[in-house]
Design a protein around this ligand. Structure first.
Ligand code: PLP
Ligand code: COI
Length: 339
């Protein structure tokens, strides 16, 4: 799609084709090599591939931002490279080396830089994907892997940006068990959430909050973002037990809270009952950015937070995070990679 047809003033989190994508392949036992930029388009794959049959694949999600002056910034891209590498190991795929991952991301962003929305109107969402692309009938790792990177201009994941969302706690479904694959961005982690999520949307909720699969008592995360609560002036976020995705935004929020705002941060189990006593609650992720949670429904009771408004700590964290990402504020953490 030509950039002329993109309505940059009204972007949502939907897919728009861009000029190009990056592809490289690797045989089991070989090393990954640099790949090439090709026009964005469909790919050909065997119906017997391990990704189509057994879900052997993962994805990453990251963003490129345009500054007021038109500079292009990536936010902590090496963290996505590290998380993808961990995920490859868990899913029996050869790790994509950091240099190959970062080179691919930079190449795609540079070639599609005219698709990056104007500053503060959204970002270029970057999707690196790794998957088993050879045939395999038995449940065993593929003999060939494909690493691709594509991108799309996007707006906020939840409608309205910094507008409080309504969530509902799932008492019927879990996201991930302990010792499963919840801590990596396995593609198979996301489809089980589609049914609960669309049911919740039919009832007017933006997303689901998942509880832990063992005791159904402690908050895990929101569909595709990490959970935070402000209680007695401290920030609490569920500890990484193995079933929760170690979010890069989560880590960034914790650093900003501790090091810029002087707020105590606790990573620990937080029960749904305790969360209901919070002064503010919000969720955080690359797509979700920082989204204030206005209300949570649990066991037929709906609890309103911050009078349904954006809490002051949530707003401050949002302003600092997005200020760094759009290059408006100095980056004291060394998180920004300028292209
Ligand atoms: N939790 C899940 C399940 C996710 O899919 C994501 C998105 O990547 C997050 C949390 C937030 O992670 P990050 O901040 O790295 O985007
Ligand atoms: C992201 O925040 O990048 C995600 O991966 C969320 C996505 C599943 C929509």
């Amino acid at each position: 799609m030509s950039t002329n047809n993109i309505d940059f003033d009204n972007l949502t989190f939907t897919f728009t084709k861009t000029r190009s994508m990056y592809v490289t392949k690797c045989k089991q036992g070989d090393n990954w090599n640099s790949g090439e930029l090709v026009p964005y388009g469909n790919i050909s794959i065997s119906p017997a591939s391990t990704v189509l049959n057994y879900g052997q694949g993962l994805f990453e999600g990251m963003k490129a931002y345009k500054t007021e002056g038109g500079r292009i910034l990536l936010f902590r891209p090496e963290k996505n490279a590290e998380r993808a590498a961990m995920g490859c190991t868990r899913l029996s795929m050869p790790e994509v080396p950091k240099n190959v991952f970062l080179e691919a991301v930079k190449t795609v962003v540079k070639d599609n830089s005219d698709y990056i929305p104007p500053t503060e109107q959204g970002a270029l969402y970057i999707r690196p994907i790794v998957f088993g692309s050879a045939e395999g009938l038995g449940v065993a790792p593929s003999t060939e892997y494909t690493f691709m990177v594509y991108c799309s201009p996007v707006g906020p994941y939840f409608k309205g940006g910094l507008t409080p969302i309504k969530l509902i706690v799932s008492t019927q479904y879990h996201r991930a068990p302990l010792k499963g694959t919840g801590s990596v961005k396995a593609i198979g982690n996301y489809v089980p959430g589609m049914l609960p999520s669309s049911n919740a949307k039919k009832e007017g909720f933006a997303e689901i909050i998942y509880l832990d699969a063992a005791e159904e008592k402690y908050i895990e995360e929101v569909g595709a973002a990490n959970f935070f609560a402000v209680i007695d002036g401290k920030i609490i976020t569920p500890e990484l037990t193995g079933s929760i995705l170690p979010g890069i935004t989560r880590d960034s929020v914790m650093h900003i809270a501790k090091e810029k705002l002087g707020i105590d941060v606790e990573e620990r189990r937080i029960s749904i009952d305790e969360a209901m006593t919070a002064e503010e609650v919000f969720c955080a992720g690359t797509a979700a950015i920082i989204s204030p949670i206005g209300s949570i429904k649990y066991n037929n009771k709906e609890h309103i937070f911050s009078n349904g408004d954006v809490g002051p700590i949530t707003r401050e964290l949002y302003d600092i995070l997005t200020g760094i990402q759009y290059g408006n504020d100095r980056d004291p953490f060394g998180w920004i990679l300028e292209l």
